[in-house]
Design a protein around this ligand. Structure first.
Ligand code: PLP
Length: 368
């Protein structure tokens, strides 16, 4: 193996992983039907219910990264010809719309400029025009740093008889999210953002309403691998083999969720809020321009344009080469002029943030 450098990860994911999570991953591999292992699965399910704040029985970790959860949500709910309303406000909203189209749905995109929140009234207008099977939105849009007005959009979707699908890849365990209270039907996440576990699993939860919609489908789910009904026969009491569970990743997720429980969800949300606000005010002081609309800024992901037309690539390379610090480059409308700075999970610590800010001062001083 090549020598791997030490990094501090302030990009849009993956985030830093706690030593105890790495240690959990290195435990001996046992069988995926071993009683000791299925006991661990039950505990993972229980801790995921706490993290999603849900009582949904169908709550588990799908094999694959966050995009697998996205695809699982849509391919199980959508049949060819169904109408889907998708909020598009960045790269991940675009990905939702693309997957929905590949499921054969007729997709109505509700778009806003990058950096803006989606307007709930536009979602409502789209649903009034013609009923939809589901409304899908990204809670925390990682390409722009915008928190979408999820609670309001979910309420409107429900009032108009649509199922609510939410991408919580960057929001779970970073900002408040209440799956049951907000009336969300399918919510998925990823392990490598605010959960601070390596990439490889996608926590996901389905409401009874969503499971009923899947049970009454006229045609089989088009994906065999992501068929939730088959997978729940493994995660549920029957323990029927579907595909081999990624054993070591589940050890890691178990430990990552244990750490979330030990800290407490609310304390974790507060840690992200406080340090995210601190980072953003310091960046403004350095001449950066925050690109997400005020009032909708995510603490765990900040998109900011560099001061004075600085060369973002050169400055980002210096952070990596001289300080071992990774930040992300801007995407789409923000490419070439902005950074995306993640403060997720284990990366969201005051000592690490102070080191980041010192390094940023150094490279910006030289790069301008
Ligand atoms: C990272 C991310 C994804 C995709 O997750 P992968 O793990 O890269 O597949 C989806 N949605 C959002 C909002 C994300 O930030």
């Amino acid at each position: 193996m090549p020598t791997l450098p030490e990094r501090t990860l302030f990009g849009p994911g993956p985030s830093d992983v706690a030593p105890s999570v790495l240690e959990a991953m290195s435990r001996p591999v046992i069988g995926h039907l071993d009683p000791a292992f299925v006991g661990l699965l039950d505990e993972v399910g229980g801790m995921l219910r706490e993290a999603f704040v849900t009582r949904n029985e169908v709550t588990f970790a799908a094999s694959g990264t966050g995009s697998a959860g996205m695809e699982m949500a849509l391919v199980n709910l959508l049949s060819p010809g169904d109408r889907a309303v998708v909020g598009v406000a960045g790269v991940f909203g675009e990905r939702l719309a693309e997957i929905a189209r590949r499921c054969g749905a007729e997709v109505a995109e509700v778009s806003v400029p990058w950096g803006d929140p989606i307007d709930p009234a536009q979602i409502e207008a789209s649903l009034r025009g013609s009923p939809a099977k589901l409304v899908a939105i990204v809670h925390a849009e990682t390409s722009t740093g915008v928190r979408q007005p999820l609670e309001e959009i979910a309420r409107i979707a429900r009032e108009n008889g649509a199922l609510v699908v939410v991408d919580a890849v960057t929001s779970l365990a970073g900002i408040p999210l209440f799956v049951d209270e907000w009336g969300i039907d399918v919510c998925y996440s990823g392990t490598q953002k605010c959960l601070s576990v390596p990439p490889g699993l996608s926590p996901i939860t389905f409401s009874p309403r969503a499971m009923e919609a899947i049970r009454t489908r006229a045609t089989p789910v088009r994906s065999w691998y992501l068929d939730v009904t088959m997978i729940t026969r493994y995660w549920g009491a029957e323990r029927v083999y579907h595909h081999t569970a990624p054993i070591s990743m589940l050890y890691a997720l178990h430990e990552g969720l244990r750490l979330v429980g030990e800290e407490g969800l609310e304390a974790r949300w507060e840690r992200h809020r406080a340090l995210g606000e601190y980072l953003q005010s310091e960046l403004v002081g350095l001449g950066f321009e925050l690109l997400a609309a005020e009032g909708f800024r995510l603490p765990q992901l900040t998109a900011a344009a560099l001061p004075g037309g600085a060369d973002e690539r050169a400055a980002r390379k210096r952070l990596l080469d001289e300080f071992g610090i990774e930040v992300g480059g801007g995407l789409g409308a923000f490419a070439g002029r902005a950074w995306r700075i993640g403060l997720m999970g284990e990366s969201c610590r005051k000592e690490k943030l102070d080191r980041l800010l010192e390094a940023v001062r150094t490279v910006i001083g030289h790069a301008v």
